[in-house]
Write a protein that binds this ligand. Sequence first.
Ligand code: SAM
Length: 417
Amino acid sequence: MDKERLSQVFGGAWADLMRTPIHLDSLLARQTPRAKSILAQVIPPILMRPVSIAEALGVGVPEGEPWSLDPASLVNWPAARQMALELHAMLQGGSAPSVQASPEDYPPKMREMILKDWGKDIASQIFSELAQPAPLSLRLSRRVERKAFMDGWKKSGKIPVRMRDSQVSPLGVVLESYTPVLHTPEYDRGEFEIQDEGSQVMAIFTLWPELIAPLLRPSPQNSLGAPLPSLSDLQAPAWKIVDACAGAGGKSLALADLMKGQGRVFSYDISAPKLQALRRRATRAGLNNIQAIQVPEGRELESLRKFEKSADRVLVDAPCSGWGVLRRNPDIKWRQSAESLDRFPALQLRLLEAYSGLVAPGGTLVFGTCTFRKAETIDVIEQFISRHGDQFSKSHGGFVGPGSSDGFFMQSLMRKA
Ligand SMILES: C[S@@+](CC[C@H](N)C(=O)[O-])C[C@H]1O[C@@H](n2cnc3c(N)ncnc32)[C@H](O)[C@@H]1O
């Protein structure tokens, strides 16, 4: 693609990305195959390390940019276009620079919050981890034996990238880069789902918090080094599980599979299209023990009253800032305002309180987020316990990743009998 055409194609894609809340994958999916392969190489590094890359390429960026720009100016940020052209030329010549992230690659408000929450050392690890591309992680069904599955793919030669066991999830397989795994008979047979390892861990934690507890850390960081739990000797329970914020079903599918098709997973969400996607995925995976139910926002309690105190497990995987998944969604940090961030903790506490009513005596409530902001993790739990400590007690909790997986927080709370 010549320079002028690339400038046009990149400019259009960049403007769409900055103007609309479109996910990067959806944006790329709309491009021609040629444009997609170029944009997939140049857009993510610019989103992840805008200031560091500009500096490495000698592209002049005025002090404070891009974070000082208003949304309208970001749409046409000239430095982004220049970086794209330079990066593409270097990639073609086989000499793309390897550029470390710096704190300036993150919006000032985010930078301040991370430094205040976790201090300089952990913050600088976080800045570096969140600017690395994430691998492609798969969660294997519990009915599939991991070694046999990987040997099968290696022998067939159909999957052209290196793969390895996850170092965090006992169900996980990690492929070093993107490869079209969804066009395989194994996927059609429901043998795996694409799911980050931290998300897999949260699903296992929901059933067996004590098993995952050794992997959890008191602060956001790599979870490598802890011995991986084995699930092979565990009986599959036949529990009633509520997945309160099920979305398109990443964790619901894992929970249903962990119970080997027994018990029942009730998957709630306010979004009808996400629940529709969940139903499609459950059918393909051959899981009949999931029921997806739409709930009206703000009136969850009314519609769920009949389920009060009846669930063995309730997972509240709450809406959050998503900072733990910035490796996969680097565009999020370009869009968040201080006001939108401020809204999450109250929403999280409200949802945790609303859905806590469904936990049976002796059952477990799990709160999870894909972020590491104290306000959306530890602080929510402290507030919940300060109000409901007579009914619930904290059992296990902490962080996995970012780095060894995306960054997640999870906490289990036991309902007193
Ligand atoms: C972090 S996402 C869930 C991801 C999902 N659990 C998974 O593993 O793929 C949070 C979800 O909460 C949903 N949500 C927001 N408000 C809600 C409410 N009042 N009740 C239930 N779900 C809600 C959003 O639609 C979104 O799908």
